[in-house]
Design a protein around this ligand. Structure first.
Ligand SMILES: Nc1ncnc2c1ncn2[C@@H]1O[C@H](COP(=O)(O)OP(=O)(O)OP(=O)(O)O)[C@@H](O)[C@H]1O
Length: 231
């Protein structure tokens, strides 16, 4: 279980996270929503260890991360699908997936079958360069690369951004499948309300670095949330 407790984060003098608290449990999708620039990506960076926090603590399975670097958090079961996907354009699809092997014990260095079951297009494009894939295919590749690590906490930063509807459905199905396996906590940053509502077990809405609304899926008030998502 992930527990973000009263976390603050600064970029120089700019206060990007203000006493943010959030919990993510295995077998659940926690949806983090809010307008551009309110601090959603900053929270993912803080959890992954990509930016130091200036207050509070982030606890994973009962132990605080402290200042541990991203590779150590990856070893402890965290994987991130970053905004913009960050596929290696000159590596093939297969090689991109294999970059997920880094730090895994040799016995685990194989691509799980369910990556190809969820995203069949990847198996037919194994020898194509990542940069030649469409945006939606790259997003599937980025999720597949994270799955290669068999994470216990999956962080997804706006996986539907700029993606065509048919692929959004496949990505939603993949997230639902990973949730139902029950061994993974999923923290999903999402601006597309319907997608978030269909997947969320719990949700939180941010505004200027703070969580201003949170609760279970049943407590998601569409009008209030939408008011916090439109510019
Ligand atoms: N590296 C940085 N240096 C300085 N300020 C930053 C940096 N990264 C983000 N910020 C600022 O911190 C605030 C929160 O940004 P963040 O990217 O976390 O927001 P977000 O909610 O993820 O938005 P988006 O949906 O646009 O990614 C913004 O005001 C942003 O301009």
């Amino acid at each position: 279980m992930l527990e973000v407790r009263n976390v603050d984060l600064h970029y120089g003098a700019a206060h990007a996270l203000r006493s943010v608290s959030l919990t993510c449990r295995p077998g659940e999708v926690t949806c983090l929503m809010g307008r551009n620039g309110v601090g959603k990506t900053s929270l993912l960076r803080a959890v992954m260890g990509q930016h130091p926090i200036s207050g509070g603590e982030i606890v994973w399975d009962g132990k605080a991360f402290g200042a541990s670097p991203p590779y150590e958090r990856a070893r402890r079961g965290l994987a991130m699908v970053p905004q913009g996907r960050e596929i290696f354009p000159l590596l093939t699809v297969g090689e991109n997936l294999q970059t997920g092997f880094a730090g895994l014990p040799p016995a685990q260095r194989r691509i799980p079958d369910d990556v190809f079951e969820l995203f069949p297009v990847l198996s037919s494009m194994m020898n194509r360069r990542g940069g030649d894939l469409s945006g939606g295919q790259q997003q599937q590749l980025a999720i597949g690369r994270a799955m290669v690590r068999r994470p216990k906490l999956l962080l997804l930063d706006e996986p539907t951004e700029g993606i065509q509807p048919s692929i959004i459905i496949q990505i939603g199905n993949a997230i639902d499948y990973l949730r139902q396996r029950g061994d993974m906590a999923i923290l999903l940053v999402e601006q597309y309300f319907e997608f978030a509502r269909d997947l969320a077990d719990t949700f939180a809405v941010m505004e200027r670095g703070e969580i201003v609304m949170s609760g279970t899926r049943a407590e998601m008030d569409e009008d209030k949330i939408r008011a916090n998502m439109t510019v």
